[in-house]
Structures are given as C-alpha cells and as structure tokens.
Design a binder for this molecule. Structure first.
Ligand code: PGA
Length: 249
C-alpha cells in the first residue's frame, strides 16, 4: 500500500549544463518506471534546468533545504514560497550534513517542516545516529529523541504528508551500507514510534526511506525488507545509469 519512493540527493554537485546532460540520459531510462515515485534534489542553481528537463515527465524535483520564513532580510537563504513558485514538489529537511555542519536541530526540523507544508512542498525529514552513538548502544535513544523532537510536534494532518528518511551517519558516503537487517530494525523502531504518537493507521501509511551508500547492487535486498519504502541516494544518484538501475530495482 506504500508506493516506493526513490530520491536522489545531488548535494553540492553538478552545474546547470551537467544537469541537462543528466536528464537527457536519465529520462528515457525510467520513462516506463511507474511502480515508484522518482525525485531528484539538485542544488538551487540547477533547479531551473531540472524543472525544465522534467516538465511533463514521471520525475519530480525537490530542493535540499529551505528557510522557514516566507521572505525577509535573511541573506543567503531560500524560502518554501520561492521553491513552490519555481515548481519544486519536495524538499529535504535536516540531512545529517546540515545537522553536522550547520547545527540544525529538532527545532529547525519542526519549523522547516511546517513551512514546507504551508507552501505545498512534501518534506523528506532525515534522522539517523552517528557511529559513536550506535557503538555505545544508543541508536534507539537517538532515533526516539529525533522523532519526538522533530516529528512528534506535527499535527496528524501534517504527519500524513511527510516522508521520513533513516540515514545512519556512518553509512553516508562511506560505502558502508547498513545491512538490510540493521536498516529494517531502525525502520521498524521509527514506525513503532509513529504508531504511539499518531496511531497505527498513520504509521502504516508513512513512507520511510533508507539512505547511506545505496547502490544498484544492494538496493534490492534493502527494498525486500517490510518497512523500507524507498531510498535517499547520494553518490549513486549522480550517474544516470546507476540511479536508473536503483529506480528499476
Ligand atoms: P550516499 O549519500 O548515498 O552517497 O551515501 C546518502 C545521503 O547522504 O543522502
């Protein structure tokens, strides 16, 4: 009942010319992929090229971040209102790199998620433990804190519109994928937390993506797990062949 979602997070890679070249190669490869939702999140300067290339296609476009305000004297920021105006459909919120390098917290998750929803964007909210937290047996404690602090304060109506991405920090860009069993355990925990807060039906409906070194050769095993509903893909989404292979797992 949960439609898989495959999202590419380009991070700080590609120019507009490279964006055009990517979609020229990628679109025909996934034109018949109707079983899952496909999203690419390029850097802000590439949004125009990406939206132009994907107009009328089965590929949606998202941003990697937003400010919680509508407009204002906030140098260097981009609002949900602006992302909506250019045609973005999704936005990633609190990726671990934003948490780690820019100090984003659960307070940001709540206000950014609320802003995204206000402007009609679908938030992909990232949670995940760091290596030392996993090694000291604190994974569930950390996930619970992130869920309760960043997602718990949403209304049931808001919760129904979000996507969650479980991304263990130790697996991002390291080539160390969580095993399907490790990922599934975390996804089950998050869904359980959602059931306590928002009820069983809402918890069963929310999509939880896995992220962290997803590649064409490990996506199938991850997707075979009951609570894994898609992937948030960094490195492997930069190449049209590898991301198409992931989409068509
Ligand atoms: P990776 O990145 O696939 O390159 O590990 C995932 C992410 O950061 O979303």
């Amino acid at each position: 009942m949960r439609k898989p979602l495959m999202a590419g997070n380009w991070k700080m890679y590609k120019t507009p010319a490279e964006t055009h070249a990517f979609f020229e190669a990628f679109k025909p490869k996934v034109a018949d992929a109707t079983e899952c939702d496909i999203v690419i999140c390029p850097p802000f300067p590439d949004l125009h090229a990406a939206l132009k290339e994907t107009a009328g296609s089965n590929v949606s476009i998202g941003a990697q971040n937003l400010h919680w305000g509508r407009e204002g004297a906030v140098t260097g920021e981009v609002s949900g209102h602006m992302l909506q105006a250019v045609g973005c459909e999704y936005v990633i919120i609190a990726h671990s790199e934003r948490r780690q390098y820019f100090g984003e917290t659960e307070v940001d998750v709540v206000r950014k998620t609320q802003a995204a929803l206000e402007f009609g964007l679908k938030p992909i909210i990232c949670v995940g433990e760091r290596l030392e937290e996993r090694e000291s047996g604190r994974t569930e404690e950390v996930l619970a804190e992130m869920f309760d602090g960043g997602i718990g304060p949403l209304t049931p109506e808001q919760f129904a519109k979000i996507v969650i991405a479980y991304e263990p920090v130790w697996a991002i860009g390291t080539g160390k994928t969580a095993t399907p069993a490790i990922a599934e355990a975390a996804h089950k925990f998050i869904r359980g937390r959602a059931a306590v807060k928002f009820g069983e039906e809402a918890a069963q409906a929310v999509r939880i993506l896995y992220g962290g070194s997803v590649k064409p050769d490990n996506v199938q095993a991850l997707m075979a797990e009951e609570d894994i509903d898609g992937a948030l893909v960094g490195g492997a989404s930069l190449d049209p062949n590898s991301f198409a292979a992931i989409v068509k797992f």
